[in-house]
Design a protein around this ligand. Sequence first.
Ligand code: NAD
Length: 296
Amino acid sequence: SNVTVGFVGLGHMGGPMAANLAKAGYQVLGFDLVPAALEQAAKDGITVVSSSDDAAKADVVITMLPSGKHVLDLYSGGLLAAAKPGTLFIDSSTIDVADAKAANELAVAAGHRAVDAPVSGGVAGAAAGTLAFMVGGEAEDFEAAKPLLDVMGAKIVHCGGAGVGQAAKICNNMILGVSMIAVSEAFVLGEKLGLTNQAMFDVVSNASGQCWSLTSYCPVPGPVPASPANKDYQPGFATALMHKDLGLAANALRANGVDGLLGLQAEEIYKRFKDETGGGLDFSAIVTDIRKRSGE
Ligand code: NAD
């Protein structure tokens, strides 16, 4: 392809995503603040450049950064000004809905086009090119972004206008966090009542309590052999990342006056667990914390 892609943020997710674009034949101009990330990128066929502004000289600029502050600092700190008029900016970081809208407004005001395109699927999905992208922005900008997203992902959904991709991401992860706590509380209650984990699984996985947190990612070892519970809760999806996403959901609940008691409580429960453990365990390890606090 003749389309050049700037890629800023070559970390756990951005590194393999950029590598897949290079593998697909795009010229990728990559930048990160961490030298080790640049060394790996060079091995993956990415053209390493010496600043984010240099990466912004491409036709499309993708950012994959830790937080909304990083995105807004870059957008307002010269990245937009360094780009050719009409450049398409794709931000795939998971950030506040309000920050995503602000980033979009900055890009449009600078004469560019922008979509928010957060992902799910984790590092494994990034490496395999099977991420799910949830996209917010104008329809024509979504169409322009889609060929690149198809290289990095398997399921690409246009969710609505600016910020609405981020909305889909935090709504999904709020359901995930709340449902994992609910499933974990039920396992611990079952244990107290003499119900084995396997018997509870056999009943609930075929009953109305069925959900992904139970049947695909079971927080106790045994019923779902591939779940992190069977590997000492190695992530998977780390507690710190779940807590980050629940914080974004809590911000949005408050900012929009939603009576989201469970979402707000889930953020506090994961904050406590993160503070106790450092946040490196898979988020399904919350069951071990509930068990401990229940005196088992
Ligand atoms: P990461 O910390 O591994 O990568 C972020 C990278 O951005 C780092 O390498 C950092 O050096 C770089 N960076 C920061 N500021 C920069 C700047 N000014 N210029 C250039 N580079 C800069 O994080 P990650 O795990 O790759 O996650 C990135 C985003 O994706 C986050 O918003 C995260 O919430 C989201 N996300 C992560 C996962 C996951 O499983 N890791 C899954 C879905 C979404």
